[in-house]
Design a protein around this ligand. Sequence first.
Ligand code: GTP
Ligand code: MG
Length: 329
Amino acid sequence: MTVRETQTKAKYLYIEDIPGVGPSTARKLRELGFNTIEALAMATVRELEQAGISEKKALEIINAARSSISLSFIRADELLRMRQNILRLTTGSKKLDALLGGGLETQTITEFYGEYGSGKSQIAHQLCVNVQLPPERGGLNGGALYIDTENTFRTERIVQMAKHLGLDPDEVVKNIILAEAYTSDHQMFLLENSDKIIKENNIRLIIIDSLTAHFRSEYLGRESLAERQQKINKHMHKLIRLARAFNAVACVTNQVMASPNVFFGEPIRPIGGHVVAHTSHTRIFLRKAARGPIRIARLVSSPYLPEGEAVFKITENGIEDVEEEERVR
Ligand code: GTP
Ligand code: MG
């Protein structure tokens, strides 16, 4: 059963339809960002308790929401079926797609990390256009949500990429919802309140560019590290739950820092430590070639794909494969 099918079979349409959710409970749930049955089905008892709801009632609400979208106890064969619902989104480069086993997958988080100018935001822009393509062209026939933390998003760049793919730029731009995050708390708030926007706009791609920049600049020093990590963890878990509930691709970008006193292993590593490492399902390290538009992507971790590298380039058209003759030059 696909996510779409489960949605049409839903018993409850609005959160008020759930037994025991009266107007005041509904209001409190909305304040916490639970606007849809899908989001409630993925909620934890602890989260609902914040609305002043008892543990028992929270469990009842979550179970009702889960039964409504056929998501309670999952048998192994059903889990396999859920895995079969996973769809893939093209990056625009066949080589990069192949490295990822056919493109970015829905229901999981893909992280691109690398130095400034390595192409993280360019890939994010390209994905916003590609997600709108039909499946036969590597898209998901859906829209994109772009949470922008560094004022990076450029509509002009989207227009360029859309034209190259023969899409109507005016339509493409309309299907991208931009959310500017001013602080890390604001960034978390935007994602926590995005379920309704995702549902109403048929969003199939959620981007956070950059995942860590605000956290990094706001939480300085060792004493605030634990709190920072806890918040990033919560943020990423919300992202996973949205990606699962809506069968969407989740893509985050991350900067790198030099690791001091490292004689062995990587001289630079991504921000966010173990929390980001363990919650990103697929991690790709991007680096620039000596000069020019060529970039090298290395698959650093994946649940089932081997490590490897792929070469692509960033041009006026967007993300593209490198021609063989360009490579030897
Ligand atoms: P930070 O966010 O600063 O950490 O970097 P990033 O990894 O997000 O880099 P980004 O994706 O913004 O890549 C910037 C690079 O993409 C530029 O240095 C250019 O090489 C290339 N680029 C960006 N826009 C264009 C464009 O319109 N045409 C071409 N040909 N290249 C572009
Ligand atoms: Mg960037």
